[in-house]
Design a protein. Structure first.
Length: 86
């Protein structure tokens, strides 16, 4: 689960990192006004688009173990049994 969360955070932060690199390369990073007047809404939209596409790709290409069926989580005799492959 941590891998999925870290992947989503990384994908969301890519537009911001790209903008920071662009400011540094163009030597405009000396003032914080470039961040305030920057394309913040477009970076947020781009970050969400990358994160959502990452979720779709992870769900599409994650392969279950060969020859096993997924058993969903359940409550049995008052005890929670997590989902598993059997």
């Amino acid at each position: 689960m941590l891998r999925v969360v870290l992947t989503q955070l990384f994908l969301f932060s890519l537009p911001f990192l790209g903008y920071a690199v662009w400011l540094y390369v163009n030597k405009k990073a000396q003032t914080s006004e470039n961040w305030r007047n920057g394309p913040l809404i477009w970076m947020v939209i781009g970050g969400f688009a990358l994160a959502i596409s990452g979720m779709v790709l992870l769900a599409t290409f994650e392969v279950p173990p060969e020859g096993k069926l997924y058993q969903p989580s359940e409550f049995r005799d008052g005890v929670f049994i997590p989902g598993r492959y059997e």
